[in-house]
Write a protein that binds this ligand. Structure first.
Ligand code: FPP
Length: 217
């Protein structure tokens, strides 16, 4: 057990001998946070993005291995266009800022989800972020954008079926571990904790293969 000074200079206790390896966060409650303050939902998303910067730096500083954030789901496209645009702009800002900070941060950034429908400049920023941090050996940050757990499984199944059809994958050798190798999170440990700050107890199509009831708090 050791005391760790947080960014706000508050002293918090961190048990370094029992740190989880992987924490996943379903970012929600932004809209409700804004509504309570009489602000537009987009102001809630801006505050959420800002808060996430603090959380990511903190997790890296205490030595967490993997942090995953659910930033935009396959279902989020159904929100009003104005809100989708605002979220995409916040993501753009975050990526541009991160690219500037990556030189000093030891964070390896990866994106999980289907990038195809995203704006080309966002896809480029994602590629740049992944390429420029591929050699970092500190925390791995997975940012889930246009991510859906069901979509991830379909994507994995298509790849497995195609490899089987080409004779490169023996169907009899498909095990649970093998399926994990075809997910966006291949090679990473499953999350020990899934946090949902709004207090709801639903996965909302997030990491459905990588989760089990025990790991959901
Ligand atoms: C959920 O809150 C939040 C979102 C759908 C979008 C969050 C994404 C960003 C802020 C973009 C930036 C991302 C990063 C990683 C910095 P909600 O609208 O569902 O809130 P509610 O549950 O109160 O309605």
């Amino acid at each position: 057990m050791a005391f760790f000074k947080s960014k706000e200079d508050r002293q918090v206790q961190v048990d370094f001998d029992h740190l989880p390896r992987h924490i996943a966060i379903i970012m929600d409650g932004n809209g409700r946070w804004a509504k309570k303050r009489g602000l537009p939902r987009t102001a809630g998303h801006a505050a959420g993005a800002e808060n996430f910067r603090t959380i990511a730096t903190y997790c890296k500083d205490i030595g967490l291995d993997y942090l995953t954030v659910y930033a935009f789901s396959t279902e989020n496209w159904a929100r009003p266009q104005e809100e989708v645009d605002a979220i995409m702009n916040l993501l753009r800002d975050y990526l541009k800022e991160s690219l500037r900070d990556f030189k000093k941060e030891n964070i390896r950034t990866r994106f999980i989800g289907d990038r195809g429908p995203l704006a080309p400049d966002i896809q480029e920023l994602m590629e740049e972020a992944e390429a420029s941090t591929a050699h970092k050996d500190g925390m791995t940050l997975n940012i889930a954008v246009n991510y859906g757990g069901r979509h991830e499984l379909v994507h994995a199944m298509r790849r497995m079926a195609s490899e089987a059809a080409q004779g490169r994958l023996n169907p009899d050798e498909i095990t649970e571990d093998r399926v994990s190798d075809y997910l966006y999170t291949a090679g990473q440990p499953d999350p020990d904790l899934i946090l949902r700050p709004s207090g709801e107890y639903r996965l909302s199509n997030f990491m459905i293969w990588q989760s089990d009831r025990k790991s959901v708090v």
